[in-house]
Design a protein around this ligand. Structure first.
Ligand code: SF4
Length: 292
């Protein structure tokens, strides 16, 4: 199999076949992100994709889903996505669907008809690092989209029948901005239909642009207790039926929950953690994290 640089996938994609169709990120400008540090964006040649599909046919013939690697394979042209989707079906007839990460800007470049066509071919289960519904934070972090774009573009996926998962980046707005980030994110996320909302708590890694802002004093990271209070406010204001996955290495109070069923229990548990834990303990944990 061909893999270039860092390969990231959500934890719940662990049992699916991985196929590299892109490496790196076309955007690579989000201030907090160092995920693809040192890896330039690259699209895999079709010949290379076919070699990997032939290998998957030998080693993983019963795969039901293929996870397409890279930060935004959906940034590829419609023709390329159609070619790749057709090849996946040809080599792995048991596969029912395939997907990967995408940027909101990738969807903005696709028409409704193109998205409908991609879904009919098998594209589904797309992951968006939406991070926040707060326009001030989206602009500061160079995400390249507005909160209104999130709603507009994800509605196009709803219309196409493509399911999707989104991210709330806990602590992203910086110290003192938690309430705005939590409430605006819940307000925007309440207008879409994600299969899951994945909570990643921000760790500012030295390789990121954001780290430079911390050093110059332009950006003050959110405290750890403030992050937990922010997460509680976010959950309190989130009124959609979805799965919450807050169980990565970045989460200081990990949990998985179904909303609305578990909402009250999660709020209670977060409050108990907030009441019973010390900032210094949480900071020590955060400082021990080396990678997402
Ligand atoms: S957060 Fe996503 S879109 Fe932004 S630079 Fe990182 S990989 Fe690219």
């Amino acid at each position: 199999m061909h893999f270039t640089g860092q390969v990231w996938r959500p934890p719940f994609e662990a049992h699916n076949a991985l196929l590299q169709i892109t490496a790196g990120c076309m955007h690579n400008k989000c201030k907090f992100c160092s995920l693809y540090d040192g890896t330039s964006f690259r699209m895999s040649p079709v010949s290379e994709i076919e070699e990997d599909l032939a290998e998957l046919r030998r080693t993983y013939p019963r795969a039901k889903r293929v996870f397409l690697t890279g930060a935004n394979p959906f940034g590829l042209s419609q023709d390329k996505l159609i070619t790749i989707g057709t090849k996946i079906k040809e080599y792995l007839p048991n596969v029912t669907n395939f997907g990967g990460f995408a940027r909101i800007a990738d969807i903005k470049r696709k028409t409704q008809e193109e998205l409908n066509e991609l879904h009919a071919l098998g594209y589904d289960g797309i992951h968006f690092g939406t991070e926040t519904g707060d326009d001030i934070t989206l602009a500061y972090m160079n995400k390249g989209n507005t909160a209104a774009d999130i709603v507009e573009q994800l509605h196009k996926l709803d219309q196409a029948g493509i399911t999707y998962n989104i991210v709330f980046m806990n602590g992203l707005a910086g110290a003192g901005n938690s309430e705005r980030h939590a409430i605006e994110s819940a307000r925007i996320f309440n207008q879409v239909n994600p299969a899951s909302v994945n909570i990643v708590a921000l760790t500012v890694f030295p390789e990121s642009e954001l780290y430079k802002d911390v050093l110059t004093g332009t950006y003050t990271p959110t405290g750890e207790l403030e992050k937990l209070i922010e997460l509680k406010t976010f959950i309190e204001n989130l009124d959609i039926a979805t799965t919450i996955n807050a169980n990565t290495v970045s989460n200081t109070a990990p949990f998985v929950a179904e909303l609305p069923r578990d909402k009250e229990a999660v709020i209670k548990r977060l409050q108990a953690t907030i009441d019973g834990i010390d900032e210094s303990e949480l900071v020590a944990y955060r400082n021990s994290i080396r990678s997402l």
